[in-house]
Design a protein around this ligand. Sequence first.
Ligand SMILES: O=C(O)CCC(=O)C(=O)O
Ligand SMILES: [Fe+2]
Length: 391
Amino acid sequence: MPKDVALEAHATAPRSVRELQKYYQKLPIEFLPVASQILDLQSIGTSDFLGNSLRIVDRIPPETLSKLYNSFLEQKVDPKELEEVLVYEHPALPGLRLLPSLLSIKVQEGLLSKLLLRDLSNPEHLTNVHLHYHVPYPDPPKSFFDLPRSTTYTPKDAEIHRPLNVTEVLEKKLRWMTLGGQYDWTAKEYPDGPPVQFPQDIRDLVHGIFPTIEPEAAICNTYSPGDTLSPHRDVSEEADRDLVSISIGCDALFLISLSEETDSPPPAAPDTARTLESKPSAQQRKPNKKKAATEPPPPPPPLDSKTLIMKIRSGDAVVMGGESRWAWHGVPKVIGDTCPEELAQWPDLPAPEGAESGTDDMIRWSGWMKRKRVNLNIRQMYEHGGVSGEH
Ligand SMILES: O=C(O)CCC(=O)C(=O)O
Ligand SMILES: [Fe+2]
């Protein structure tokens, strides 16, 4: 589908989408199991609701995956240990493909390590922290998870921001990193000039599974429970190739819509970049005595025939292609305590070199992932021709 020139990077989502986002953002997690609008990719096939409308449109055989995993992990992965991956489509969002449990736990762990222990400490990969802080890079390069506790991030403008320490940055402030083409969040465009090299091993894995895209740019989002991503469309890429979104760690709700309803926009959003919100999660907030937690929530806003709200888990992939490539989408909720056990201890690193166990300067990051959701959102920026079709 050719990209519609009318798609504006700064436009605001339709009211119906914003209302759903707000509803699910506020919905206490204890009510999620009874929220029947939510399409749960893990109960596809067993639920009568929506499940009936899903179609299997493709299958990825274990042999294909094991070859890609072998080279990604640089170790032998027996196809017998893998299951065939089913690819689903839903009539509400033509061109949206859902791949529950795409990546094995080992590949998820490998991907986390490449992204966060290797690529994050490459100074070419900018983060949201760079917008307002000087980011210290150790020489020789090493993982940010190996930095001494005394590491300080000094603000660019000391009148607006206070200095941060490495714990604050990695636990809370770090919300995204850009890989390859460095998207400019304020101008909402990719800068001119040759893009930063996309990590080859991640490119090979993603292109091997999804040959319809040549990975050139990605956003690696990190969320804690309580963090949200407001509804938006990713319209800055020149190529109308599929967008591949891979999630690792805690479960999340993902809202996506092709609703065309137009209405008056809400008050203007702050001019910085994208609307990421970090609020204390329901779990972190002190109990509100006036409002008992068991009080049933109001009914949800109606879901029109062009909108889906779904639960996304660790290892799942969502591909936005065709008409859905330019759909409105957002993340109203990240659900704490849902990270798969095998990943929860990541990065589980040995003590940094030279640090003695028990010294003040040593931060044990083991268990960081237990409280996180990491989403890798991969795009092709330019049309070059020569990118093949199906696998
Ligand atoms: O975290 C997600 O699932 C979606 C992220 C996203 O839409 C984006 O980075 O543009
Ligand atoms: Fe997006």
